[in-house]
Write a new protein. Structure first.
Length: 237
């Protein structure tokens, strides 16, 4: 099993970071069970990491995210004398610098993560991320920034919370052109999508492309642009 430069032992508690590290040829000594790498050692979930197991691995670096991971767990790792690197881009523009800083932290040189210029789609979208209650994302989130970079305006960008609870009546009032139903974090069933179609046409999109940032960002933007643009939805106004 390889590690970072000079044999650096890295624990990744962020699924998208794990994906980026592996693309660079850096194999973490441990990850979370949500990292989709069954051959790697799992040390709990993103919000339930096994701190003792992590400490026993004596990693040189633990990578966390201020949204997916809990502050108290990061603080506990620091208190145990471990080096913790926080990687938390909240916009497409922040991904490149965040990845560059991560590459430095693990001691490698990595190609820049650059975003292509894509034709703006000119649509307004509602993005449900949960139901019972319905939840969406506000403007201060990576997903909303990614959509904005495609020319898709988030109708709840002005939400007070980063992930506000909304009612379908509220969504109707915002009059989105399209509902973008991501494959995660909630697995919407056909009857849920039928309810959403009463608001606007529904386009199902890859949740990892929408919410996972890192080396996948450039290709993810192109795939989402194609998926949304290919639906041939016209703006309401």
């Amino acid at each position: 099993m390889s590690a970072g430069a000079g044999g650096l032992r890295v624990v990744s508690l962020v699924p998208s970071v794990t994906e980026s590290l592996l693309s660079w040829g850096v194999v973490p000594v441990a990850v979370t069970r949500f990292c989709e790498q069954p051959t790697l050692l799992a040390v709990g979930g993103t919000k339930t990491p096994d701190l003792d197991a992590i400490a026993d691995l004596a990693p040189d670096l633990v990578v966390v995210n201020d949204e997916e991971n809990r502050r108290e767990d990061a603080d506990a790792l620091v208190a145990r004398g471990l080096e913790v690197h926080v990687c938390s881009p909240r916009s497409v523009a922040e991904v490149g610098p965040a990845m560059a800083a991560l590459a430095v932290a693990v001691g490698i040189e990595a190609a820049p993560v650059d975003a292509d210029e894509l034709a703006p789609l000119g649509l307004r979208a509602f993005v449900p991320i949960w139901r019972r209650p319905w939840m969406t994302l506000a403007g201060d989130t990576y997903g909303s920034s990614l959509l904005s970079s495609l020319g898709v305006a988030n109708v709840f960008a002005d939400g007070d919370d980063r992930y506000p609870t909304v009612g379908l009546a509220d969504v109707h009032e915002r009059a989105p052109d399209v509902v973008l139903a991501p494959s995660e974090p909630y697995a919407f069933k056909p009857l849920h999508l039928d309810a959403l179609r009463e608001v606007a046409p529904v386009v199902e999109v890859d949740g990892q492309d929408l919410f996972w940032w890192g080396v996948r960002t450039p290709a993810a933007r192109r795939r989402l642009h194609q998926a949304i643009g290919g639906a041939a939805i016209s703006p309401r106004r």
